[in-house]
Design a protein around this ligand. Structure first.
Ligand code: DGT
Ligand code: CA
Ligand code: CA
Length: 573
């Protein structure tokens, strides 16, 4: 392994920062910085130069000592002196020097005087107003640090909806218990059921004099209070999640809920309509001059601006306002419409529960049917099945269906789509199944052209029923594979096959825009949980949330149908 100049430069830069934090001789610090700059600008690799016996100490800003260190790094891949300093200085301090307004010198003071060694410690010190007491800091600097931390927390990441749900629920329960509190509801992107949320926006209505704000900031999970006022406050939780709280009077509940649900783009578009009607709309109500004409309920607010009620999932300024004006809004699918799950696993491959247990769980949910779709042999890590094992499972399903009452177990498989576009199992076994879910597990990086061709070729197989998790993306983790979705959907329509909306909270694949595309093209989708345990069957609601964001109605979803009707749809064209 050759060591690149940039890597050595980075080690030197890091060394300079650490030494500076330690209060080392400024000449030493500068020597590392200058050497790093020299290395960054060299046209040739120092590894090569050393190989050719060149003397590195002839380079600008690199003396005998540093030349020796570079030679060591090239030889061992490691910088021993850096390791030593790293043992003495807390790692979190380097990150602190990257915040605006905080150089190494200030970070050293914070560490020595207040014991601040990471972002969390810095936030606590700033919140408790200990930073302003330090020489050379002051209240202004303290506020700048808080602002920088708050910006950082917001930019840093978006949280998966399913991850914040338990956090939101317990905060809501906590706030509901405050005397005088009436309504507590989470608005924002959370209420619009976006797959990820930036922060939580909680709305509370209460009687005057209720101790809402005091109690809000005292919540156990609160790590820092960013701001606290009488009508609005913001806290950061230990998880890093920001929570905004707004308190309004009951007469403004509908207007405030409407305003803080957003999206911003939707709000702005509706405000334009209000202005044309000579109305003012804000978080306190809809006003004609000084008179409040609406505000207690959202329906009232919509009515005042001449619109039918728009479900939160649709409020993205993607045509919903026009549709609301013309009374052409979709009647969105809901969890109650779902009659079965078409993609689940069992212990036969990588599921955790038996065939029987999964079937019983489906029955408990009131489902009419459940398709068992374990992996095919190519997916070795999941202990994928060959034809012989699948045949055994089919026999087990027959036996189970004879004893089970009230739910029908369908025969399926999650069959791998090979890179050639062939399916991983032979037609002679696939034709014995009620349906197949076909999926890509390898070669996710193929070019758009080849990936699209591969999927369409697989659809040419008459036993192809549903394309599972069509893009393979994992939220915050793996990008979608590059495929021409419109062509894939068109090909599915022409062949009588379908696409899946995978309801796993970290997949939600297809996304909302793709669901909308399918609807517009007249292609039906299956909403499936890909459950690997009995509990996972409850992921259905996340899939339904995403479907609603994509404007899907019950008719657009395969598994809202009775088995009798579904069976007909599964027959290929
Ligand atoms: P997020 O948190 O990034 O997932 O997305 P949201 O939609 O929850 O956005 P957030 O938390 O910044 O604000 C909550 C809602 O407040 C937003 O959906 C609409 C409303 N809002 C915020 N800023 C503005 C604004 O400048 N104008 C208008 N009309 N509404 C705003
Ligand atoms: Ca938000
Ligand atoms: Ca917010």
């Amino acid at each position: 392994m050759t060591v690149h100049n940039a890597e050595i430069a980075e080690m030197f830069d890091r060394m300079a920062i650490l030494l500076e934090i330690q209060g080392a001789n400024p000449f030493r610090v500068r020597a590392y910085r200058n050497a790093a700059r020299t290395l960054g600008g060299l046209p040739r690799s120092v590894s090569d130069m050393l190989c050719e016996g060149e003397d590195l100490s002839k380079l600008p800003d690199i003396g005998k000592d540093l030349a020796g260190k570079i030679a060591d790094i090239v030889e061992t891949g490691q910088f021993a002196a850096l390791r030593d300093v790293e043992r003495e200085v807390p790692a979190g301090l380097v990150e602190l020097t990257r915040l605006p307004g905080l150089g190494a010198t200030r970070v050293r003071v914070l560490y020595e005087e207040l014991g601040v060694s990471d972002i969390g410690g810095l936030r606590r010190a700033a919140k408790s107003q200990r930073i302003r007491e330090l020489r050379g800091f002051g209240a202004k600097t303290e506020q700048r640090i808080l602002d920088a931390l708050s910006r950082r927390a917001q930019e840093e990441r978006r949280y998966k909806l399913a991850d914040v749900e338990p956090i939101a629920n317990s905060y809501v329960r906590y706030l509901e218990a405050i005397p005088g509190v009436k309504e507590v509801i989470v608005a924002g992107s959370y209420r619009r059921r976006k797959e990820t949320v930036g922060d939580l926006d909680i709305l509370v209505t209460c009687e005057k004099g209720s101790p809402v704000m005091e109690t809000f900031v005292e919540y156990d999970e609160v790590d820092a209070v960013v701001s606290k006022g009488t009508t609005r406050s913001t806290v950061l939780l230990r998880s890093g999640l920001q929570v905004d709280l707004r308190v309004v009077a009951q007469v403004s509940y509908g207007a405030a809920l409407y305003y803080f649900t957003g999206s911003k783009a939707h709000n702005i578009a509706v405000r334009t309509i209000a202005v044309k009607k000579k109305l003012k709309i804000n978080e306190y109500g809809v006003f004609k001059g000084k008179r409040r004409v609406a505000g207690a309920t959202e329906t009232e607010v919509f009515k005042a601006v001449g619109l039918h009620y728009i479900e939160p999932e649709l409020r993205e300024d993607r045509g919903e306002i026009e549709a609301a004006r013309k009374n052409r809004l979709p009647h969105l699918v809901s969890v109650g419409d779902v009659r079965g799950d078409l993609h689940v696993h069992t212990t036969a491959t990588d599921g955790r529960h038996s065939l029987k247990r999964m079937a019983e769980a489906a029955k408990e949910l009131g489902y009419e049917y459940l398709a068992i779709t374990d992996h095919s042999k190519r997916v070795v890590v999941a202990h994928g099945m060959d034809e012989k094992r699948l045949r055994k499972q089919l026999a087990a399903i027959d036996r189970l269906n004879e004893e089970l009452r009230g739910v029908r177990v369908l025969k399926g498989v999650e069959v791998d789509i090979l890179e050639s576009g062939k399916l991983d199992l032979s037609d002679s076994i696939l034709e014995q199944l009620d349906l197949t879910v076909c999926a890509i597990h390898t070669g996710l990086g193929l070019s758009r052209e080849r990936q699209t061709e591969r999927i369409i070729r697989a659809m040419d197989n008459p036993h192809f029923t549903i394309l599972a998790h069509p893009t393979g993306r994992l939220i915050n983790q793996r990008a979608a594979c590059d495929v021409d979705m419109e062509r894939v959907m068109q090909a599915a329509l022409e062949r009588g096959c379908y696409l899946e909306l995978n309801a796993q909270p970290d997949r939600l694949d297809l996304d909302d825009a793709h669901c909308r595309m399918a609807k517009d093209m007249g292609l039906k989708l299956a909403i499936s949980t890909d459950a690997h345990t009995a509990d996972n069957l409850s992921y259905m609601r996340f899939g339904v949330d995403q479907a609603r964001r994509g404007w899907l109605e019950p008719e657009d979803v395969l598994n809202t149908r009775s088995w009798r009707k579904l069976q007909k749809l599964l027959v290929r064209l």
